[in-house]
Design a protein around this ligand. Structure first.
Ligand code: COA
Length: 533
């Protein structure tokens, strides 16, 4: 494979300035991640510990194989919502290795509103389950959860992708042989109780765990029975009398150890990724990425500079390098695993669409997973473009990308506007994973174009009174601010339009973990659901 030379002068003043500017973005990301990690705050965390409970991220650390990585998903869900009081949407999800088996871990944070499910909590839980189902990862639920958030039932209870949808997914995954395991740590009512109740096997911690379809206040209201939560659904009752629970343990440490044993006992073999060879690090330094990309979308950069810093040995076999130059396609390896890369170098013209379509077909035929590096303002517009058939050429790209049989990963490295987002494997097209960099912007239109279109409509409106120049200027400023706010990466991640914002310098590591998940094979076993008896 050809070696990618770099044209970047890392000693130049401009490079250093961009790197410094980007450092502020990384600091900002780190501050926001600290908010997610703090959960419900010091007071709630202290109460949690007094109850003999371990903070949710520490539980995960104790659960996964020592020294192994945990790929956390969308830690900034619910950022900027609910006055900042629902850190990480009250749930931690991600992929971790337990007894050498990659598992999806879904863990409630009881310090955040009792671990109850807000709109973003449900969305995050479902996203994790869908990744598990698609990649046949066993799911481990660490349950500490007050069920649906009663202030928001219309957002979490009624619809197909609400709480009921999470249980439906549990049943379907169990039926297809994807193990569903739980450990219960706290008081779990209604939906909180159904998570373990619909698992194949689960553990309860004596003294703290209880599960009941209705908690003591509900029981009192419904049938006037006064009962405490342990008599109603404690670990002793369920493990020694009702037979609902499969294991009772004395404390959380034992529960996490028992869960490791349960995963080990699955003997769930994931075979190594297809055709994986020994990885070699890139020759060019990944730490250069912030200085290459910078913080202003108007600063152009060649995606080959990015590719050369994330692929093995900075080696890249480029496809059609001299045609359709606003898109760059080629084969490489990341952490030893083959990948076909499709990367924007500007607006998508007809040639770029055709080249990417052809390349996607090659990857499909060869079984090579695809990586899309997005940085585009979209497909070319205008009369000439329409005359040249951009609508049909862009559609070819969308068809090929949508129907390819190989896994797709997407990273938004800059702009992701308009239908360009679609053609380049945006969220609506269900890439296996999608991450954003902190400098990225995502939206239907960039703020200049979007505000201009709406201003034209406002001026032409016959349903509204004429406005003064000042009023129109204020309106335009408001529109621009709206487009800017809605394309901000934190606005997007808060609403789970991605799987997380990552530091560009972590891109290779994150993609390596994702590739090993999407290409690791699991033997299909004929299966049927496990009915709890
Ligand atoms: N809906 C809305 N808010 C909830 C909630 C729920 N299901 N469960 C907890 N909360 C809120 C509490 O109102 C409280 O909010 P505040 O900090 O603004 O006052 C916060 O979460 C912490 O609750 P708290 O009761 O202090 O925590 P806890 O750790 O002692 O107990 C629970 C946690 C979940 C056991 C307890 O809050 C509870 O029983 N909640 C109701 C569960 C329920 O009936 N669910 C039915 C779902 S259909």
């Amino acid at each position: 494979m050809a070696f990618l030379n770099s044209q970047i002068d890392t000693q130049s003043e401009a490079f250093r300035q961009r790197a410094d500017d980007y450092a502020a973005l990384i600091d900002d990301l780190d501050r926001k991640l600290a908010w997610a990690r703090a959960g419900g705050g010091d007071k709630m965390m202290a109460r949690h510990r007094e109850r003999g409970k371990i903070p949710v991220r520490d539980r995960i650390d104790l659960l996964i194989d020592p020294g192994s990585a945990f790929l956390e998903l969308t830690p900034l869900a619910a950022w900027g919502l609910y006055d900042g009081k629902v850190a990480a949407a009250g749930i931690v999800t991600g992929i971790g290795r337990i007894r050498d088996t990659d598992c999806m871990i879904i863990a409630n944070d009881a310090t955040v509103k009792g671990g109850s499910f807000h709109r973003e909590t449900v969305k995050k839980h479902i996203r994790a389950q869908d990744i598990a189902a698609e990649n046949r990862l066993p799911v481990v639920y660490l349950v500490d959860c007050g069920g649906a958030n009663l202030n928001q039932l219309e957002e979490v209870f009624y619809d197909e992708n609400h709480f009921g949808g999470t249980f439906h997914r549990q049943c379907r995954m169990s039926a297809s042989g994807i193990p569903q395991l739980a450990a219960v740590f706290g008081e779990c009512t209604a939906g909180g109780a159904y998570i373990p109740a619909l698992c194949d096997e689960f553990i309860m911690v004596e003294g703290n765990a209880s599960i009941h379809l209705g908690g003591p206040p509900i029981v009192k209201a419904a049938i006037s029975e006064i009962v405490d939560r342990h008599e109603l659904g404690g670990a002793v009752l369920h493990s020694r009398q009702s037979g609902v629970s499969d294991h009772i343990v004395a404390d959380e440490y034992t529960a996490l150890g028992r869960m490791r044993d349960m995963v080990g006992a699955l003997a769930y073999t994931r075979l190594p990724a297809v055709n994986r060879i020994d990885p070699v690090p890139p020759v060019h330094d990944i730490d250069d990425l912030p200085g290459i990309v910078g913080t202003h979308l108007s600063h152009p950069f060649d995606q080959r500079e990015v590719i050369s810093r994330i692929v093995d040995g900075s080696a890249f076999h480029e496809f059609k390098p001299e045609w359709g130059d606003t898109i760059c396609c080629g084969f490489a390896r990341i952490e030893g695993m083959a990948v076909g890369i499709v990367a924007n170098n500007g607006v998508l013209f007809a040639e770029a669409c055709l080249k990417a379509t052809h390349f996607i077909e090659l990857c499909d035929q060869r079984g090579t997973p695809l990586l899309f590096l997005q940085n585009t303002t979209g497909f070319i517009v205008g009369r000439d473009a329409e005359l040249g058939g951009i609508s049909k050429h862009s559609a070819k790209l969308v068809y090929a990308m949508s129907n390819t049989r190989v896994p797709r990963l997407t990273v938004i490295t800059g702009s992701s506007y308009g239908a360009g987002n679609y053609g380049m494997s945006g969220r609506g097209f269900r890439p296996h994973f999608l991450f954003m960099w902190p400098n990225a912007r995502l939206g239907g239109m960039n703020p200049d174009v979007g505000s201009s279109v709406l201003m034209d409509l406002r001026m032409a409106s016959i349903s509204r009174d004429p406005a003064s120049k000042e009023e129109l200027a204020a309106h335009e400023a408001k529109l621009r601010a709206m487009f800017e706010e809605k394309s901000d990466p934190y606005f997007c991640t808060a609403r789970l339009f991605d799987d997380g914002i990552i530091d560009p310098r972590d891109t290779r590591r994150v993609l390596g973990l994702c590739l090993s998940v999407v290409t690791g094979r699991v033997e299909e076993r004929p299966s049927r659901p496990v009915y709890r008896m």
